[in-house]
Design a protein around this ligand. Structure first.
Ligand code: CMC
Length: 431
C-alpha cells in the first residue's frame, strides 16, 4: 500500500469537507497542509502552544525528539561538538555547507572586521542603572543597531542580508561584554581582531587595563563548545519570534532583538540562570529529595529548572555532551564546585522518580551549562546572554532563509474569540 498523500477532514454537521495534502520533508513526520481548510469548511485549527503545528519549512536544523537526535544542516551535533568550532558552525548554519579553508578564512576575516561597536552606541549604556539586567541591556543595544545600520539596508538584497548577519555575529560578543563590564563598573575593552572568536570575547569580558590577562585554553575550548551546542534549535520560541517579526519586513536587528527578549524567559533560555539559582537555593545534596517533592506538587509552582523539553521526550543530546564536559572542564580548571554534586544528585533522583519517568522529563541543555559558566568566572546574570551570543547564528540563518523562501507571507495566527458578543455602549452615568 502506498503512503496516503492527502487527509480528508469532514465537518459532520455541515458535511463540508476539505481534502488536505500531506507535505513531506526529508526527515520527520509529514504535515497536513491546512491552507485551504478555512475556505473549504469555515473552520480554523486550534493548537495551544503549537504542539502539533509546523510554522514553516526549513533546511537548517532537524530534531527527532523521540530518538534524541539533533542535526545542523544534516551534521549530528555530537560530530560538530567534537570536531568543529563555533565560527565554522555559524558559517554552516548560514550557508548550508561546511566551508573550504579559503571560505572559512574569508568568513573569519569578515567577522573579525565588524566587531567594533559604534562609539555612540557605547554612550547608550550610560543610560542604564548600574544593576540593570544584562539581557535588558543586550536587547536594547541590539535593537539600537537598527539606528546605525538601517538607512542603507535593503532586506530584499542578498548582499545586505549577508552583511547584517556578519555584523550581528561579530558585534554580539562586543555588546555582551559591554553589558557585563557596565554592570561592574569596568571600562569597555575594544575587540582584539588578532584573536579567535571566543578568545576575543573572553578578553573583552575579563581583561583589565592594569595587567595582562592569562586566559586558559580550557576555558576558551569549553565556551566554544557551549556556543556550538546553543547555536540553533529549529523553531523554538525565540527563533519563531525572530521569524514572526522578520515576516513583517522588519530589519534584522529589530528581529534579533525580539528573539533576545523571547529567549530571556525562564521556560526558554532564561532557564540556565534559573537552574543555578535553584541549585544554590537547594544548597546541599541532602535537600534534593525535598526539591523533587516540591517539583511534583501541583500546588507548588516550583519546577525543576533545566528539566523537560517540548520536543525531546527521550534525552536532550546537548545535555549529554554538556554533562560529560562539566566533569572534564571543572577537573582541568581545578574547580571544586559543590553545586555539581547537588546537580548530579538531583538528576539521579529525578530520573528514578515515577513522576519524571512518566512525563519523559530529562535534563535539558540548561541543566549543566550554568555550572560550567560559573567555573569560567561568568556571573549568573550573564548566562542567558551567553546563550544569546550563540543563538544569534541560528536566528540570523533563519531570518535569511525566510527572506530567501519564495511565497513567504506575514505571520498572522487566528484565535478563538471567547469575549462578549456585540453589545451597546453604556453612558458613564448608567453603568
Ligand atoms: N518540573 C516539574 N514538572 C514538569 C517540568 C519540570 N521542569 N517540566 C514539565 N513538567 C510537567 C508539567 O507540570 C506537566 O505535568 P502534567 O502533565 O501533570 O500537567 C508535564 O510535565 C508536561 O509539561 P508541559 O509544561 O506541558 O510541557 P511543555 O512542553 O509545555 O514545556 C518546558 C516544556 C521546557 C517549558 C517545561 O518542561 C519546563 O518548564 N521546564 C523547566 C524550564 C526549562 O528548563 N526550560 C529550558 C528548556 S530547554 C532550552 C530552551 O528551550 O531554551
Amino acid at each position: 500500500m502506498s503512503d496516503p498523500k492527502t487527509v480528508k477532514l469532514v465537518d459532520e454537521s455541515t458535511q463540508r469537507s476539505s481534502t488536505l495534502p500531506l507535505v513531506a520533508g526529508t526527515l520527520g513526520p509529514a504535515c497536513i497542509d491546512i491552507g485551504t481548510l478555512y475556505k473549504d469548511t469555515g473552520h480554523f485549527t486550534y493548537d495551544m502552544g503549537y504542539g502539533s503545528t509546523a510554522s514553516t519549512k526549513s533546511a537548517i536544523t532537524y530534531i527527532d525528539g523521540d530518538q534524541g537526535v539533533l542535526l545542523y544542516r544534516g551534521y549530528p551535533i555530537e560530530q560538530l561538538a567534537e570536531k568543529s568550532s563555533f565560527l565554522e558552525v555559524a558559517y554552516l548554519l548560514l550557508n548550508g555547507e561546511l566551508p573550504k579553508a579559503a571560505e572559512f578564512a574569508s568568513f573569519e576575516h569578515d567577522v573579525s572586521h565588524h566587531t567594533m561597536m559604534h562609539e555612540s552606541l557605547k554612550n547608550f549604556f550610560q543610560g542604564f542603572h548600574h544593576d540593570a539586567h544584562p539581557m535588558a541591556m543586550l536587547a536594547a543595544a541590539v535593537a539600537s543597531l537598527s539606528a546605525f545600520y538601517h538607512d542603507d539596508l535593503d532586506v530584499e538584497n542578498a548582499a545586505d542580508r549577508k552583511l547584517a548577519a556578519i555584523r550581528l555575529i561579530a558585534k554580539m560578543p562586543t555588546i555582551a561584554a559591554a553589558c557585563y563590564r557596565y554592570s561592574i563598573g569596568w571600562p569597555f575593552r575594544y575587540p582584539r581582531n588578532n584573536l579567535e572568536y571566543v578568545d576575543r570575547f573572553l578578553h573583552m569580558m575579563f581583561e583589565v587595563p592594569s595587567e595582562p590577562l592569562q586566559m586558559s585554553p580550557v576555558a576558551a575550548k569549553a565556551l566554544d563548545l557551549l556556543f556550538i551546542l546553543h547555536a540553533d534549535h529549529e523553531q523554538n520560541a525565540s527563533t519563531s519570534t525572530v521569524r514572526l517579526v522578520g515576516s513583517t519586513g522588519a530589519n534584522p536587528y529589530a528581529s534579533i532583538a525580539a528573539g533576545i527578549t523571547a529567549l530571556w524567559g525562564p521556560a526558554h533560555g532564561g532557564a540556565n540562570e534559573a537552574v543555578l539559582a535553584m541549585l544554590q537555593e537547594i544548597g546541599t545534596a541532602d535537600k534534593v529529595e525535598t526539591a523533587v517533592k516540591r517539583a511534583k506538587d501541583k500546588n507548588d509552582n516550583f519546577r525543576l529548572m533545566g528539566f523537560g523539553h517540548r520536543v525531546y521526550k527521550n534525552f536532550d543530546p546537548r545535555a549529554k555532551i554538556i554533562r560529560e564536559m562539566t566533569h572534564k572542564v571543572l577537573g582541568e580548571l581545578g574547580v571544586n564546585d559543590p553545586l555539581l554534586e547537588v546537580a548530579l544528585k538531583l538528576e539521579e533522583a529525578a530520573l528514578k522518580d515515577e513522576y519524571f519517568v512518566e512525563r519523559k522529563l530529562y535534563p535539558n541543555v540548561d541543566f549543566y551549562s550554568g555550572i560550567i559558566y560559573k567555573a569560567l568566572g561568568i556571573p549568573r546574570e550573564m548566562f542567558t546572554v551567553m546563550f544569546a551570543i550563540a543563538r544569534t547564528a541560528g536566528w540570523i540563518a533563519h531570518w535569511i532563509e525566510q527572506h530567501e523562501t519564495p511565497g513567504s507571507r506575514i505571520g498572522r495566527p487566528r484565535q478563538i474569540y471567547v469575549g462578549h458578543d456585540v453589545r451597546d455602549y453604556v453612558a458613564a452615568g448608567k453603568r
